[in-house]
Design a protein around this ligand. Structure first.
Ligand code: PLP
Ligand code: COI
Length: 365
């Protein structure tokens, strides 16, 4: 399928959509990832035939054989992006081309069939247009899009699957953290690492998240909202959170974030914030930062703010860091001023309240 063919997804309207009154009630307080829209996109791939059978239809369960590859060897990738309600009632995606590129890179790393990037973008645009009534308009709310791909060959032999289903579902969301947490507490994972050099750390595959859950459970037991991972080689350098990148702000006004060396996810929010920070006149470094340095800098006051960022988490201040060997507070333990400024700069572009000098907004209607 080419771009123009992708526009002609076979469309079968959901004959049993949720009543408007029930939808509106759900949109009042959707939480994160619990409220789903009426439709989904699917496109199939098979070796020899390529991508075919693009559809938009009622969201429904898959019927899969128990020997389907994905159930056994986790050949699965996904993306996370949002459609934002604009001030004038329209809606826009944010840098969907960047998600399309990352999805393709993830597919290649997992030895899956790469979906053409224009088809990815088109599929997301079409779903948002069809389910436009599900885009919430409250501050901080959005329609979260979850494109994903699973291997569907029925086989227990270990090899790349010959068949795939690409699918996009959509979920009306509010804040990722309960109660919109003003600042989160992190747990330093010393027992577990997330990704090693040569592994799948920079791919967005389900396996990375499965591997992070024991560490996340440990964090929860310790009263922390999120886990922060250290590098797998020296167990010293800060990498990222389970589902977010991390930034540090210093008293000289400079900003630092771990470099993209293959073990962390190249976040689109991370990339956008680097650009916005430079627009605001800040110096930004992509350099490793050691956990013992972080503790010393937080205690001396050289480090003034730290925050996590991602599509789901947006920009979330880090208030405190705990671990078997660590316990320190960042700044006053609450939301810092520069963090707030960067968050506002990002949200203002995403919600169409500010000009879009970098061409990031993809207006849908
Ligand atoms: N790191 C991980 C492990 C993630 O799951 C995410 C979320 O997608 C991010 C970072 C941030 O990426 P993005 O800003 O593209 O959402
Ligand atoms: C996202 O921010 O889109 C993610 O995929 C992170 C996940 C933890 C919800």
């Amino acid at each position: 399928m080419t771009e123009s063919q992708a526009k002609t997804f076979l469309f079968e309207k959901n004959q049993n959509p949720l009543a408007a009154s029930e939808r509106e009630a759900l949109l009042e307080n959707p939480g994160f990832g619990r409220v789903f829209t009426d439709h989904m996109v699917t496109i199939r791939y098979s070796e020899g035939r390529g991508w075919h059978d693009g559809r938009i239809e009622a969201r429904r369960a898959f019927d899969l054989d128990p020997a389907t590859v994905v159930f056994h060897y986790a050949q699965e990738i996904f993306e996370g992006m949002k459609a934002y309600r604009l001030r004038d009632g329209g809606a826009a995606l944010f840098r969907p081309d960047a998600n399309a590129r990352r999805f393709r890179n993830s597919a290649l790393r997992l030895a899956m069939a790469p979906l053409p990037e224009d088809m990815f973008v088109q599929s997301v645009r079409e779903l948002v247009r069809v389910d436009r009534d599900w885009i919430p308009s409250a501050d901080g709310a959005a329609l979260y899009l979850r494109p994903f791909m699973i291997s569907t060959e029925v086989l227990l032999g270990v090899k790349p699957s010959s068949d795939y289903i690409y699918c996009v579902i959509a979920s009306s969301v509010g804040s990722y953290f309960k109660g919109g947490a003003p600042a989160v507490t992190l747990w330093v994972s010393e027992n577990y690492t997330r990704a090693a050099p040569g592994g799948t750390g920079e791919a967005k595959c389900g396996g990375n998240y499965a591997a992070s859950l024991a560490a996340q459970a440990e964090a929860t037991r310790e009263g922390c909202e999120q886990v922060i991972f250290l590098d797998a080689v020296e167990r010293r350098y800060v990498e990222e959170l389970g589902g977010m990148n991390v930034f540090f702000l210093f008293d000289d006004g400079s900003l630092q974030t771990p470099p993209l060396t293959g073990t962390i996810l190249p976040g689109i929010t991370r990339d956008s914030l680097i650009t916005l920070a430079r627009d605001l006149g800040l110096t930004v470094r992509e350099e490793p930062y050691a956990i013992d340095r972080w503790e010393a800098d937080a205690k001396s006051g050289r480090l003034t703010e730290a925050f996590a960022c991602g599509t789901a988490a947006v920009v979330t201040p880090i208030g405190q860091v705990k671990g078997r060997k660590y316990n320190f507070t960042i700044g006053s333990g609450g939301a810092g001023q520069v963090t707030g400024k960067l968050k506002a700069a990002l949200l203002d572009i995403q919600n169409g309240r500010a000009p879009d000098p970098h061409g990031w907004i993809d207006r849908l209607f």
